[in-house]
Design a protein around this ligand. Sequence first.
Ligand SMILES: *Cc1c(COP(=O)(O)O)cnc(C)c1O
Length: 375
Amino acid sequence: MQFRDLKAQYQRYRNEINAAIQKVLTSARFIGGSEVDELEKLLAEYVGVKHCITCANGTEAMTLVLMAWGITAGDAVFVPDFTFFSTGEVVSFRGATPVFVDVDRDTFNIDPLKLEKAVQKTAKEGKLIPKAIIPVDLFGLPANYPEIEKIADKYNLLILEDGAQGMGGSINGKRACSFGHAATTSFFPAKPLGCYGDGGAVFTNDDALAKLIQSLKVHGKGESKYDNIRIGVNSRLDALQAAVLKVKLKAFIKHELDDVNRIFQLYNERLDGLVEIPIIPEGYYSSFAQYTIKLKNKKQRDKLQAQLKEQGIPSMIYYIKPMHKQKAFANLEHDEKDFTVTNELCNTVLSLPMHPYLRIEDVEKVSETIRRNLI
Ligand SMILES: *Cc1c(COP(=O)(O)O)cnc(C)c1O
């Protein structure tokens, strides 16, 4: 059993994927060109925003937005404490300061009440200027944008949606990667919509921001790549990845999202009452980058993971260490009392095999193994 079965996906779509790759090889147009342009158009339409700008990976997508916004030393950017390192890394990379905020125990996403407190505290201390929030759509579930938007309006903050795991999710029909002033995603192979290497994208309705990012991602280009009007980076999605993504986007929309949501229900039916199952609030839809359960304590979690492994069942701990405890952020001051939920989650979460090609027999085997070991 695979944790995320990319081989099964390839087998199902191998003819179309091979043909798409072959087409790029024959054209010998490896950078830019119609494959990338078409993909950007399809993604912008799917997400429901004006602009999609592809780039090298999800981390760089966030960096490009922060660069364009001029986020720099002395600025505070609010980031959930329970996320992949990248979300905080990009803030420090720009010389700004990430302020970590505890998450909601049910959704795993940034806690709006604690977010507002952190903004007030930072403003009151006066050492840093609150500038932006980077909510993360963790495990495929959009963050609480209705509440986060109120806070952003009240304190005049920018919102960058980190939709690296969020593509395909929605709130009352509004799709992930369309929230905030800008959003980003990652096409890392294991993400909900993944390519066969690295890739990422920025989404926005802001014409000026889109134009600036188009320039920044190509060495700060002006009229052309050889007319350079600012310092930028080289960050692009190549044509092979775009061609693969065009095939995969079709499957993603056609059945993969439904399939992971069906598996979510199948797991829930078998695991409810035995462990804490994922909670999807009313009106929210998850793309299930992960199906994550909560155990009673670290001992029970670690033991269960070992027992699953013995049965050949892969599982993962996302995340074993909160952001505020990462050595790279050791220079930042923090109070453990502010992170009670994240600290608990790091000890109790366990992500089970989850992907659109998981068979019902696999769900049954995983669930039965958990039942046997917990009862
Ligand atoms: C994967 C991920 C990223 C980074 O994406 P890359 O394409 O690997 O750079 C950022 N944020 C979150 C929450 C992620 O899961």
